[in-house]
Design a protein around this ligand. Sequence first.
Ligand code: URA
Length: 238
Amino acid sequence: MIRLDRFLCEMNEGTRSEVKKLISKGLVEVNGEAVSDPGKKVDPDKDCIFVGGRHIAYAEFEYFMLNKPAGVISASRADLRSKAEICVVDLISDKKRKDLFPIGRLDKDTEGLLLITNDGRLAHDLLSPKKHVDKQYLAELDIPLTEEGRKRIEEGVDIGDDKPTLPCRISFNSKNSILITIHEGRFHQIKRMLLTEGCTVTYLKRLSMGSLRLDPELKKGESRRLTGEELSMLRSGK
Ligand code: URA
């Protein structure tokens, strides 16, 4: 059971004071009766809650894949230092919940697959260093990576952290672009790995995370809900 005002806030019906106003105006009904107490306890799974005649469906967890465009910060609204900045959660237009966050971070200038959810457990599982979830990226480089450089990076390189990077896989996509699959998520990891060979990453896009591939139908900045199949594959670690 949760407070009615909290339920409405979580379902993105407004701020706490905005939903309190809706309630005091008699616009909120629970099981067919107008309610005046914002603290009334409701069971979101059983009670029928309407605002201005609109049914408010309960979503405990939401899962979206976003094709992140460059220029947007991988953070939730609450994490932003300045309200003027745009974060990835702002790009999810049909969200119900207010507590969404990205699973992991992509640099501001990196594009591609980002999972947005409020499921902390899934986030923990996907980010856990023990699980070594594969992340595949397309990286464009200012100069070609040599064959010897590819082998060195694949074996693991010193990028100035406590430990060298774990082994990864690299294939050449064209002269100046590679596909690289890593299992970790260190800060600027791919850019730093390639710099050990003197290559600057000029463009970076994440293509997949675990079993989940970026939907090619999604244009930059677009998102969609995960399908049930995608979610169960992610959960089972396939
Ligand atoms: N590696 C990077 O350098 N940047 C990213 O955004 C992701 C991986």
